[in-house]
Unconditional design. Structure first.
Ligand SMILES: Cc1ncc(COP(=O)(O)O)c(C=O)c1O
Length: 403
């Protein structure tokens, strides 16, 4: 079991001087809170050794190099990659997917298969390549309740060069059957990339067990610093990718008319990096690794089940995704036909400091297709308490009465 009280003590934002001012934070799918350990690791860098990694051979530089190396090792172990060289630090999931889209060497006519529930980060890069060079973007329809349809997938994967799908959806919390998807795709000769932005913070992701070719995630959704992320690729595939950002730190040597690229991961990490962020991300990995993900999932389910059950008693509220909260990770995304859910979110914050997200959650394509205007999304994490869920429901009911 999780000791939520103890966990909450690590998050300063949840412990203001006046307890009445503590937010009821239910927006972790957008941005997770940061434990003190992460903040302190970053402050330590800025205060005590704010130098370059890998370039300058002085004491401060050596310390940064060692800390960045350690962070890479921690990430390698966290996702069970084979080698540290498979871990590329990025700014976020979006950058990881763009790196792939612009480095894979896709050509006119190549087919990329995605699902109909992708975040814009895993839709726009492919549509743009379609418009620029003429790749074909195929969309795999999911079931009515948002769960993955392996039959549709098996039919559509034929001829695809790459499958790029979300692992856990930020729209409805559904986790796609990654292992089956990857197996089927490999049998069909396609490579597979997973958008793991919402899975990595909540469940054990083992890249070798999945046999996934590429994986992108963000540090800021897993207790890490804002603007940090990771792109993983099997080393033999990374060796073949041609980086789209080049310059300092990506090359072994240059002359006025030639350059020799470094191997992965250096060839993908152009210029000076966000060392404080990378070190903080390593600390977030360390922090998360102390918990068994099974207990995080159980805890989120308990809160999700309570909220789902209460919302299901209100006839006009519709929950996006499967009815069963077990299938929705820590996410409860809901709407009322014909209602702008943004005003619910604003009122919840004004009335009781309850912070949720409203809008189209960067999955505009899905909302357009379903003709749903927008929704309000609660997203839970390991620091949320049952009281948060109860406060949310109590205030939501008050708003429904007012409106
Ligand atoms: C499923 C999913 N994919 C991709 C992203 C993009 O993440 P980032 O903005 O950190 O690049 C998000 C962010 O909400 C997400 O939820």
């Amino acid at each position: 079991m999780l000791n939520v009280e103890k966990i909450r003590a690590d998050f300063d934002v949840l412990n203001p001087e006046s307890p009445a001012k503590a937010p009821v934070y239910l927006d972790s799918a957008c941005m997770s809170l940061k434990p003190r350990q992460v903040v302190e690791a970053m402050n330590d860098y800025y205060a005590n050794y704010p130098a370059c990694a890998g370039r300058s051979s002085h004491k401060l530089g050596d310390k940064v190099t060692k800390k960045v190396k350690k962070a890479r090792e921690l990430v390698t172990e966290f996702i069970n990659a084979k080698s540290d060289d498979e871990i590329i630090f990025t700014r976020n999931t979006t950058e990881g997917i763009n790196l792939l889209a612009n480095s894979l060497g896709l050509q006119k006519g190549d087919i990329v298969l995605i699902s109909d529930k992708e975040h814009n980060s895993n839709l726009v890069p492919w549509l743009r390549l379609r418009d620029k060079i003429g790749i074909v973007v195929r969309i795999c329809p999911t079931n009515e309740d948002g769960t993955f349809n392996l039959d549709n997938f098996s039919q559509l994967v034929s001829g695809a060069k790459l499958v790029s799908v979300v692992h856990t959806s930020n729209l409805d919390g559904v986790t796609n059957p990654a292992k089956e998807i990857i197996k089927i795709a490999h049998q069909a000769g396609a490579l597979v990339a997973l958008d793991a932005a919402q899975s990595i913070p909540h469940k054990k992701v083992d890249v070798r067990d999945l046999d996934v070719d590429f994986l992108a995630f963000s540090g800021h959704k897993m207790l890490g610093p804002t603007g940090t992320g990771v792109f993983y690729g099997k080393l033999e595939l990374l060796e073949k990718l041609s980086p789209f950002l080049v310059g300092g730190d990506t090359v072994e040597s240059t002359s006025y008319d030639s350059y020799k690229m470094l191997p992965a991961p250096e060839k993908f990490e152009a210029g000076l990096q966000d060392y404080a962020g990378i070190i903080g991300l390593g600390e977030a990995v360390k922090y998360l690794s102390q918990f068994d993900f099974k207990y995080i999932a159980e805890h989120e389910f308990k809160l999700n089940a309570y909220i789902t059950n209460e919302l299901q008693k209100i006839p006009k509220i519709k929950i996006i995704g499967p009815e069963d909260p077990k299938l929705r990770s820590g996410i409860v995304n809901f709407y009322i036909d014909g209602t702008d859910m943004h005003k619910f979110a604003v009122m919840l914050d004004e009335m009781a400091g309850i912070e949720i997200r409203s809008g189209r959650h960067c999955v505009h394509s899905w909302f357009e297709n379903k003709k749903i205007y927008n929704s309000a999304r609660v997203s839970l994490y390991l620091y949320n308490m049952m009281e948060d869920a109860e406060t949310f429901i109590t205030n939501l009911k008050k708003i429904l009465e007012i409106l």
